[in-house]
Design a protein around this ligand. Sequence first.
Ligand code: ATP
Length: 370
Amino acid sequence: KKKIAVMTSGGDSPGMNAVVRAVVRMAIHMGCDAYCVYEGYEGLVQGGDLIKRMQWNDVRGWLSEGGTLIGTARCMAFYERPGRLVAAKNMILHGIDALIICGGDGSLTGADKFRAEWPSLLEELVANGQLTKEQIGPYQHLNIVGLVGSIDNDLSGTDATIGCYSALARICEMVDYIEATASSHSRAFVIEVMGRHCGWLALMAGVATGADFVFIPERPRDRDWKADMSTVVRRHRELGKRKTIVIVAEGARDKDGTKITPEEIKDLLADKSEGGLALDTRITTLGHVQRGGTAVSYDRTLGTLQGVEAVRAVLEATPETETCFIAINENKIVRKPLMKAVAETKELSKAVDAKDFEKAMGLRDTEFAD
Ligand code: ATP
């Protein structure tokens, strides 16, 4: 009987509970024992009560809960081999032979490293007397399957990560609230959204709310971005707009790599000197409201369908199978090689040429006037 464990790791994202529920129930449905590892890799390293057997009813009502009910953590120990050695021992002591991890690219990289090292970890555990040959016997291969849980939609090879549409919906809702008060007072707002390396949230929120100007990391602005933005904002005001909304991703920067901050955007909009826009301007940092709260239906569905597929992938895997993650491509749930996607993500996060960017996004400019 297979014992399948599920874990959430890295930053939490809405929809992770749907994943855990689906994995637990699908595992039980397929005649396996289901486990949850609490607190991400910390749970594997500490073992004990942090690795729990789950029953069907234990995940009842989880679809409508935000965050991750089994906890998540950043675990320093798992970056080092000794930490992974203890994790391997704890897994064997609990009898777990397959692990489904829902997290970002860091968590999935750690998972692949763990799987690759697995045989040598077992050898070491026997060599130093922590486990016997009989104990490790049934655990020669570790099956690992990844699910991408992230609000940033920042993994290459999948159209959407679990949580990104919930965060986008939240941002749009917040911008709508801000717009009402901005219009009333004819104000400008600079709204900072999450996204240190990936501007998907900022860009899509810009499209969905008709923001005046958007700053994202993938498209570093020319050094004279101030003149560009002033021209656009002035034109929109002349057309009769009573509000100005500028969305800036945390990782926005110019072509020299210098961070573009909400403060300098505000100073520009509020500039009262001759030729300045002189707008009454406020900054709103949306922060963690983007991550919290319940998942939208898309993320619940995605988490559920991908959780089911992850259990199937674990059950069908052979020792020769490459580690996979579950993606969604053109509305189909598919298995894809994990490390290829992680490598492509790293490559794509480098600055791209403006023309390539526009082509990739199907856009002419990141400027969306009402
Ligand atoms: P987010 O997108 O929210 O940042 P993430 O999964 O990328 O999520 P990380 O903090 O990079 O978040 O990783 C989460 C945990 O995964 C780390 O605390 C660590 O325990 C493990 N991990 C990450 N990268 C590695 C690695 N290269 N080797 C081993 N373990 C790793």
